[in-house]
Design a protein around this ligand. Structure first.
Ligand code: HEC
Ligand code: HEC
Ligand code: HEC
Ligand code: HEC
Ligand code: HEC
Ligand code: HEC
Length: 494
């Protein structure tokens, strides 16, 4: 049985008035939503940081407003009764006359409906706040490049929150607070452009990636094909096909090959001297079975890494762009060529398309489409396929450059390879060694992959199981240079 503050027999309580009644309904509705949201938070929730904004900010604000109305009503009623001694009960809920009774019944039905709707509303809010549309567009329109790049990726059907929030109570609360902070900086428009990477509070891969992928899964040698075109008159095709030694050996045997870094038997830790984790100066390998350790240092780095900045290597130190790939201009143009979307019979189309997209003056400009058209027209005069090519290059530009966010591949390195960014070569070079002079193993051209065919046309008809030495299409180059010293995503051939 519920105990209500009963009106005193003769003088009815000041709380008995329409304002307090409305406030009461609002408060009950809010309490109901709050309870429901908290419950969802702890049962299926555990994912969405933005839900916290509704649960712990919006719902309580309504609850407090409702309660404030209840007390305001009582206060106002008291003032009214004192001032208008003749009709003190004008605002009271009065059951004595049938007309007023009907009003109260209607109010009661309305109140119940309101409470039901607020519960339904918060349930909807919950699902909406969890949706990718909410993350990528409404709240994160600041992050629109992430949303667009995400839609092209292998994880376009994986919800943002699966990787960015994951599960677990402690980090959940952290993610919530972080989400609230982000919302404020978005509202006040003081978020950074581009949004900085890496994400320092990303959940450890065990809680995110490893919910769907597991390191023990045997992948064997992956056969990968890279299709390129050269910046010459004929747009010569150039393909490299290689076997990537993700893990050789047999299923179930200890992890070796590329996925060795995440095997259970050892941990690899490192310290990067820069924010973007591109300049790795120190690393430590600990064998978990016998405790043996090896420390590699870069030639210039003599000290010890600052405590708290040592990172345990996991999936995203290589796969840091599983969902948001910002393809370099070079790659996106080559891809369009391979798909037949750019006419290969336009002489030098690769060179000019890349050059049109990367003109210094358009990278931060809103007039890019016009300038791209102008540039290509100046190269091709009146070729029949020109209008189509212009439209395509404009489209490619829009898919790679986000000028208003200052976001493109140069701000968002992809660490998986080593051609356009340092990637694996951040550690696998000849510049790191142990105190005894031992270098990082697996640093020559056949330890991570073997090239089974390369070139064009009939060159690709035979595969060489023993592996071929890499034939660089642009000829010999200085061995001391890293690929990324020249290949910066928008390279122009000779
Ligand atoms: C498959 C996992 C995955 C999914 C799904 C995913 N992300 Fe990411 N996201 C990442 C990783 C990994 C990084 C880079 C982390 C790093 O380098 O520290 C990242 C980085 C970001 C960044 C920081 C800027 C950058 O590009 O490095 C933003 C913003 C972001 N994601 C937003 C989103 C949004 C919005 C969605 C949904 C539309 C989403 N993410 C879906 C894994 C994911
Ligand atoms: C909710 C499940 C889920 C989560 C979480 C997830 N993935 Fe995936 N991932 C998938 C699925 C499904 C595919 C296969 C997509 C396909 O075949 O097109 C995939 C594909 C991949 C691929 C192959 C990519 C390619 O381009 O073909 C890589 C690499 C990968 N995931 C890495 C990661 C990393 C790293 C994380 C954590 C940041 C992660 N995944 C989180 C489900 C997930
Ligand atoms: C001295 C500068 C330089 C270095 C170092 C260099 N390249 Fe290149 N590379 C070029 C140039 C210039 C081209 C021709 C680009 C074109 O025709 O579009 C080229 C073309 C290529 C191509 C085909 C076309 C393309 O643009 O993708 C591949 C693949 C390639 N290089 C891979 C590598 C790899 C892998 C390394 C490191 C092992 C490397 N290069 C190191 C300058 C360099
Ligand atoms: C040392 C770098 C590195 C680390 C760490 C790493 N991977 Fe990989 N992984 C690779 C490379 C390289 C490939 C080959 C595919 C490629 O080159 O894109 C690959 C392939 C994969 C594939 C298959 C992709 C496909 O196209 O079929 C999946 C899935 C994957 N990794 C998931 C993971 C997960 C999950 C983790 C963490 C437990 C992880 N990787 C850790 C470098 C790494
Ligand atoms: C943070 C530094 C770091 C990065 C980044 C890194 N590695 Fe490694 N890798 C190591 C260390 C350290 C070793 C072990 C070296 C030793 O003991 O001599 C190693 C070992 C390896 C091995 C040998 C594994 C075996 O079975 O013996 C392969 C293959 C390899 N790495 C591939 C890659 C590839 C591919 C990438 C890029 C996708 C990459 N690594 C990125 C640090 C790194
Ligand atoms: C530490 C491991 C590692 C070493 C050492 C290594 N590579 Fe690679 N390489 C990779 C990975 C991983 C990729 C795949 C990148 C991706 O999935 O996009 C790759 C890709 C390539 C590609 C294809 C790139 C493209 O876009 O066409 C070429 C060519 C290549 N490597 C040549 C070389 C040469 C030449 C050397 C020796 C100087 C070398 N690699 C050394 C790991 C390595």
């Amino acid at each position: 049985m519920t105990v209500h503050p009963q009106p005193a027999p003769r003088a009815p309580s000041n709380f008995n008035n329409w304002i307090s009644a409305a406030g009461g309904v609002l408060a009950i509705g809010a309490l109901f939503s709050f309870a429901l949201l908290v419950w969802m938070d702890f049962t299926e929730g555990e994912k969405n940081p933005y839900l916290g904004i509704f649960t712990y900010i919006v719902a309580p604000v309504f609850l407090i407003s409702g309660l404030a109305l209840v007390f305001f009503g009582a206060w106002a009623q008291r003032r009214w009764a004192l001032k208008h001694a003749a009709i003190p009960d004008k605002w009271r809920l009065d059951f004595s006359s049938p007309g007023r009774k009907r009003a109260i019944v209607l109010f009661g039905i309305g109140g119940v409906l309101f409470i039901m709707l607020s519960a339904f509303g918060s349930y909807q809010t919950y699902h909406y706040a969890e949706s990718n549309l909410f993350c990528g567009q409404v709240c994160h329109s600041a992050m629109n490049p992430e949303h667009q790049t995400y839609q092209r990726g292998a994880h376009a059907r994986v919800a943002c929150v699966e990787c960015h929030v994951g599960s677990g109570a402690k980090t959940f609360v952290e993610a919530k607070m972080n989400g609230t902070r982000q919302l404020y900086s978005f509202v006040f428009d003081n978020y950074q452009r581009p949004i900085p990477t890496p994400v320092h509070n990303l959940r450890p891969a065990q809680d995110t990636c490893e919910k769907c992928h597991w390191p023990e899964k045997f992948l064997g040698n992956l056969d990968m094909t890279y299709e390129h075109f050269l910046s010459d008159r004929k747009n010569t095709a150039y393909t490299v096909r290689m076997l990537m030694r993700v893990n050789d050996g047999r299923p179930g045997s200890p992890l070796n090959g590329i996925h060795w870094h995440v095997s259970k038997d050892q941990i690899v830790e490192y310290y990067a001297a820069d924010e973007k984790r591109q300049d790795i100066v120190w690393m430590r390998v600990t064998n978990k079975v016998d405790g043996a350790q090896k420390i590699f240092r870069n030639e210039e780095f003599k000290g010890e890494p600052p405590a708290g900045l040592i990172r345990v290597m996991d999936c995203i130190d290589c796969h840091n762009r599983p969902a948001h790939v910002f393809p370099p201009a070079n790659d996106i143009v080559e891809r369009a060529m391979a798909l037949g979307q750019l006419p290969l019979d336009l002489p030098n189309i690769k060179r000019h398309a890349v050059a049109a997209m990367t003109q210094e003056s358009i990278i931060t400009s809103a007039e890019a489409p016009g300038k791209i058209a102008e540039y290509l027209k100046s190269k091709y005069k009146d070729a029949a396929s020109l209008p189509g090519a212009i439209a395509k290059v404009q489209e490619l530009y829009a898919a790679t450059f986000f000028p208003d966010r200052k976001a493109d591949w140069r701000q968002y390195p992809n660490n998986i390879g080593h051609k356009d960014w340092p990637g694996c070569f951040r550690c696998h070079d000849d510049k790191h060694s142990t105190a005894t002079g031992e270098k990082v193993r697996a640093s020559d051209c056949t330890s991570c992959h073997i090239i089974i065919s390369q070139g064009k046309g009939s060159d690709l008809a035979t595969l060489t199981a023993a592996g071929l030495p890499f034939k660089h299409p642009d000829g010999e180059y200085d061995e001391d240079l890293r690929c990324a010293d020249c290949h910066n995503g928008g390279i122009q051939g000779k």
